[in-house]
Design a binder for this molecule. Structure first.
Ligand code: UDP
Ligand code: MG
Length: 325
């Protein structure tokens, strides 16, 4: 099927959400039919252990717009999204959690923002949030830090409800726990028109949250990786080589200075202190050694980068071809 025959692909990652699925699909159907959208819903079952997959197969039997992907085991939300993105054929791709916390009523406006206002990505913002405090407070800090270091002015990076232009989802690779940073990945790929829409949020109706308290620690570590990858991912030597050279030079110069000073004083017949009696000497030697190590880390990074399959992956937005042979 051609891309442009489907207006919207709704990608729903799910893990043990059997109770919510029929209700969610009915609601999506209603919104789509009211707005006369041609749509598909891609349910990605991330290795559920309950009856979720049976429910998805049931739903697919009664609604021809439903597609399903089932993982062999639980790989995580990022993997589920990635796989759904690969499958999505719609002009606009909308992701949504399966637990009925995100409202399908937001779909028409999100669609409009992407198709008419020209956004590459529109992220939901759960301004009024129905989650426990243990989740909302750390999340505020997390988002503030993410805004600060990425320069992307979103209030809710990790909102499950997002809309994308098809090209965006085909161009980014969500892996590990990177689903929290999709706007950052998109911006790095060159999609700079990132918008935000306040969305309605509801308390979880069935089941339990699939993420525990570790989410915050992991979130911060991933934030550091993302920033590192974006600044130095393509040229680790700039970071490590720079720091290494600096430490090597400072340490080396200090060592030479200590030895030279001693020799000079000796030649003048002054009292001298053994070079190895001075703490500064050990600090200097340490700097030299660390400098070499850092330099090596940068060099190894470059070697590894050379073998990376996407070392030359560029995204082409448009092209003009000359018809002449
Ligand atoms: N999810 C998933 N794989 C996982 C964990 C979660 O596909 O390993 C799905 C889950 O079924 C839900 C969405 O990701 O549709 C968001 O998860 P949850 O509602 O537990 O997160 P929270 O709302 O607590 O942030
Ligand atoms: Mg939820």
């Amino acid at each position: 099927m051609e891309n442009n025959t489907i207006d919207i692909s709704v990608v729903v990652p799910l893990y043990n959400e059997e109770e919510s699925l029929p209700e969610l699909l009915a609601w999506i159907e209603r919104v789509m039919n009211d707005n006369k959208f041609v749509y598909e819903v891609v349910f990605v079952d991330d290795g559920s252990k309950d009856g979720s997959w049976n429910v998805v197969s049931e739903l697919a039997r009664s609604n021809a717009s439903v597609r399903g992907i089932r993982f062999l085991r639980n790989y995580g939300k990022s993997a589920a999204l990635y796989s759904g993105f690969e499958a999505a054929r719609g002009r606009v791709v909308i992701t949504m959690d399966a637990d009925l916390q995100d409202s399908p009523d937001e779909i028409p406006e999100l669609y409009r923002m992407v198709t008419e206002e020209g956004y590459d990505l529109v992220s939901g913002w759960k301004k009024k949030r129905y989650d426990p405090l243990g989740k909302t407070i750390p999340s505020k800090f997390f988002n503030a830090t993410a805004r600060l270091v990425t320069g992307i002015r979103l209030h809710d990076f990790n909102c499950g409800l997002k809309a994308y232009r098809n090209k965006v989802v085909k161009s980014i690779e969500v892996y590990g726990e990177m689903h929290r940073f999709i706007p950052v990945l998109a911006k790095q790929a060159g999609f700079s028109r990132i918008g935000e829409k306040v969305v309605h949020h509801r308390a979880r109706k069935y089941g339990v949250s699939k993420f525990g308290w570790e989410r915050m620690i992991k979130g911060y570590l991933d934030l550091i990786s993302v920033m590192f990858m974006s600044r130095f991912g393509k040229s680790p030597m700039y970071l490590f080589g720079g720091m290494g050279t600096f430490m090597f030079l400072v340490g080396g110069a200090t060592t030479v200075w200590l030895i030279a000073e001693k020799l000079w004083k000796q030649s003048q017949g002054l009292a001298v202190r053994g070079v190895t009696d001075q703490p500064l000497f050990y600090i200097a030697i340490m700097a030299v050694i660390l400098g070499v190590q850092l330099f090596l880390a940068g060099f190894l990074g470059e070697l590894i980068g050379r073998g990376s399959p996407d070392r030359n992956r560029y995204l082409i937005e448009e092209r003009i071809e000359n018809k002449k042979e």
